[in-house]
Design a protein around this ligand. Structure first.
Ligand SMILES: Cc1ncc(COP(=O)(O)OP(=O)(O)O)c(N)n1
Ligand SMILES: Cc1nc(C(=O)O)sc1CCOP(=O)(O)O
Length: 450
């Protein structure tokens, strides 16, 4: 939930380069500020002709105009926190350092050195200025492992090395140092904050995605936005890690190289909460209206589930707590739909979405040959998995059966099918699970079957 104080909207300033591809630089920063409910202002330092594959040209803005932008914003609007991104030359770094010292603005420094495409964004001879002039006026510095190696002068191959580098960089003046692990090896992306003599480590599963352009920019912008709201560095670190993980999960597949991450993912999710819940309410109404539901109701009950468009886990899936049960011939929901109320169907949806982002809804009905025949006669694609073929190591992992089964069924069908069935196992009722984009359309299919 983004809380916005309408009486006093926090203001953040980004002093950074422009990316014509809209993925990194000030474009990523402004999206991130907006996603976190902060008004964003800018001082453009360089204009880059850039896309997802390369940086084709760089034109630095004159030092006078960079200073004028900062002064224009500070003198009228006021700035609660600022960040730097691409500062191409020593002259630019020195000018920015002077302005920050003059106005005493809390500053986050993202020591941008090289673009994801490999192009240098900081001149080699400017690293010294960055260390001497910018780090001493910074509140937080957010290097990735490669940038931390350059700043600290040590090689980073492990979390221990990253901790050592963070301490060395802290000696250069900033209050907090975050060494990001995104560019390192391993199944987890581990970021380390060194602040007030202590380390905080945040972990997230490493996501396989090409669409990560602008990650460093969004991360530092999120820290800046939270500092602008008056949050502590540690809290800002947590928010930034969370936002970036979500933004990479739903990176934007544009261009032929590294597409941008999507800093708006959590905002879009929040905006869809009510509409998603209402689709489940409507689907339940359709199911409760079925005249004779005896042939479609399983012993364990029916559930209807629908996920948010940028769902991360079962908390982003709405369903009926306690499910929908047969009372006489009719179905009756035990309670009103809620997010986080589904265990099984949420897993069907979340796994299917790894193959097809459009899938957001699921309904389970009783397994029978008759119900399968009805689905086939409606032209729907049906696939299946056999719980007795589940490998031992999958069985041993809590909650792994359905993701495994969905993978088997999807691979068998060559796409996410319209329905997946299994014939049960010891103590496990056989089931048919319908999958699709929308809970209401699925409920209509169930009504036709019944
Ligand atoms: C104008 C501009 N600023 C910063 C960058 C760096 O972005 P990227 O290459 O995606 O690297 P990270 O943000 O992930 O560190 C850029 N390319 N252009
Ligand atoms: C209990 C159950 N098992 C299913 C299976 O396919 O194995 S579907 C199902 C019902 C839905 O469960 P929930 O309310 O946790 O989403």
């Amino acid at each position: 939930m983004v809380w916005i104080d309408l009486k006093r909207v926090p203001v953040a300033l980004t002093i950074a380069g422009s990316d014509s591809g809209g993925g990194a630089g000030i474009q990523a920063d402004l999206k991130t500020f907006a996603a976190l409910g902060v008004h964003g202002t800018v001082a453009i330092t360089s204009i880059t002709a850039q896309n997802t594959r390369e940086v084709r040209a760089v034109q630095d803005v004159s030092v006078d105009v960079i200073k004028a932008q900062i002064e224009a914003v500070v003198s009228d609007i006021g700035v609660d926190a600022a960040k730097t991104g691409m500062l191409h030359t020593s002259e630019i770094i020195e000018a920015v350092s002077e302005e920050i010292s003059r106005y005493k603005i809390p500053l986050v420094v993202d020591p941008v050195m090289i673009a994801k495409s490999g192009a240098p964004l900081l001149k080699e001879d400017a690293v010294g200025s960055l260390i001497r002039r910018l780090l001493p006026v910074a509140k937080v510095v957010t290097p990735n492992a490669r940038e931390a190696e350059v700043l600290a002068g040590v090689r980073i191959g492990s979390v221990e090395d990253a901790r050592r580098a963070a301490k060395l960089i802290a000696d250069m003046g900033p209050e907090g140092v975050i060494v990001k692990g995104g560019h390192m090896e391993g199944s987890e992306s581990i970021d380390i904050l060194f602040y007030q003599g202590d380390f905080i480590e945040l972990r997230a599963p490493r996501l396989e995605s090409r669409n990560t352009h602008g990650t460093g920019c969004s991360f530092s912008a999120a820290i800046t936005a939270e500092l602008a709201k008056g949050k502590d560095i540690r809290e800002a670190f947590r928010v930034a890690k969370d936002l970036v993980t979500h933004a990479i999960m739903y990176g934007i597949p544009v261009g032929k190289g590294h597409g941008p991450l999507n800093p708006m993912a959590s905002l879009y999710n929040e905006s869809e909460r009510y509409a998603t819940l209402m689709r489940v309410v409507e689907a339940v109404r359709i199911l409760e209206g079925i005249e004779d539901a005896r042939k479609i109701a399983p012993e364990v009950g029916i559930n209807v589930a629908m996920s948010l468009p940028y769902a991360r886990d079962s908390h982003d899936v709405a369903a009926v707590p306690g499910r929908i049960h047969l009372v006489g011939r009719k179905l009756k929901a035990t309670s009103y739909p809620e997010f986080g109320a589904s265990d099984h169907l949420a897993r069907y949806i979340l796994t299917s979405r790894l193959y097809d982002r459009e899938i957001r809804a699921a309904i389970n009905i009783a397994y029978s040959d008759e119900n399968l025949e009805r689905l086939a006669s409606m032209g729907l694609k049906v696939s299946w998995y056999d719980r007795r073929e589940e490998p031992g190591e999958v069985k041993a992992r809590e909650g792994a059966t359905i993701p495994w089964g969905v993978r088997v069924a999807v691979e068998r069908a060559g796409r996410v099918p319209d329905a997946i069935f299994h014939r049960g196992d010891w103590g496990k009722e056989p089931m048919i699970v319908l999958l699709g984009r929308d809970a209401v359309s699925l409920a209509e299919v169930v009504r036709s079957i019944a």
